[in-house]
Ligand binder design. Structure first.
Ligand SMILES: Nc1ncnc2c1ncn2[C@@H]1O[C@H](COP(=O)(O)OP(=O)(O)O)[C@@H](O)[C@H]1O
Ligand SMILES: [Mg+2]
Length: 251
């Protein structure tokens, strides 16, 4: 059974950064293969992992449905789709990447979704860890593309609106009846510790701000020169924080 770690939170609060640094940690730990799932259509997990993005599941579904009449004659559409599925995976040493793309538009996607679900169920069994970078609404999780989440990390920045959004994500987990075993809130981009205003608001909302990741100039620098975050050195303050968090989570 693979361990599924999912990231959720408002846009710009560090989900992709945290996903990349978690994958960095797991890769260096070396105790099993990792499947990275980019489930946020508005971001790009390939870049911080130093990988080239491939066909997304969303675009494959659309092409498949639109081009239904162009399918090779004599091959059942299910078989043809199964043949195409391997094109979705970008492979690298110990880390493979799957990109969800946009959730589907209108149309009959049922049989495509059924085949995909079977494929993803089989695929995830090959990995020790599955790390999912979600969008705030957790669309793909709610469509049960991945069934059970072992650890959900909700990211926020150290702002009032950030932690109120974190509360909304927590509520969404309940509303969507997602299967989540454990969930924690992580405050990213912390500069001088957490202010008492923020802690008071968290308490009012019934939130525990579990861990923090400091603002790290190296992340900004890597961003500017478009260097993959997975290559950050061990002495980056954000890397140290994420490594500490992961050691706590994996004991
Ligand atoms: N600890 C940090 N230190 C410095 N910059 C950070 C840190 N965490 C995230 N960032 C920057 O903040 C921006 C938003 O982060 P990102 O991970 O893309 O958020 P999300 O995936 O939630 O939209 C990015 O430009 C990223 O480089
Ligand atoms: Mg992102």
């Amino acid at each position: 059974m693979s361990m599924v770690i999912a990231l959720a939170g408002k846009g710009g609060t560090g989900k992709t950064t945290l996903a990349a640094l978690i994958i960095r940690y797991l890769k260096n730990r070396g105790d099993g293969a990792i499947l990275a799932v980019d489930a946020d259509p508005s971001s790009n997990l390939a870049q911080p992992l130093g990988l080239t993005p491939s066909v997304t599941i969303g675009s494959m579904k659309e092409t498949f449905l639109k081009g239904r009449d162009l399918l090779p004659a004599g091959i059942p559409k299910e078989t043809y789709l199964e043949l195409k599925l391997h094109e979705l995976l970008v492979e690298s040493e110990r880390v493979d990447l799957l990109t969800m793309g946009r959730p589907e538009g209108r149309g009959c996607y049922c049989y495509v979704n059924n085949i995909l679900r079977k494929y993803l169920d089989l695929l995830t069994e090959n990995y020790a860890y599955v790390v999912i970078d979600n969008e705030a609404g957790m669309e793909h999780l709610s469509r049960s593309i991945v069934r059970d989440v072992d650890i959900l990390l909700i990211t926020t920045d150290p702002s009032m609106s950030g932690i109120r959004s974190a509360k909304k994500v927590k509520d969404l987990v309940i509303d969507l009846e997602l299967s989540v075993k454990k969930q924690y809130i992580i405050v990213d981009r912390v500069i001088w510790g957490l202010s008492h205003h923020l802690l008071a608001e968290a308490e009012r909302l019934g939130l525990i701000l579990w861990e923090t990741i400091p603002e790290d100039a190296m992340i900004s620098e890597y961003d500017l020169i478009e260097r993959p975050l997975i290559q950050l050195p061990e002495d980056s303050s954000a890397v140290r924080a994420v490594n500490r968090i992961m050691e706590c989570l994996l004991v």
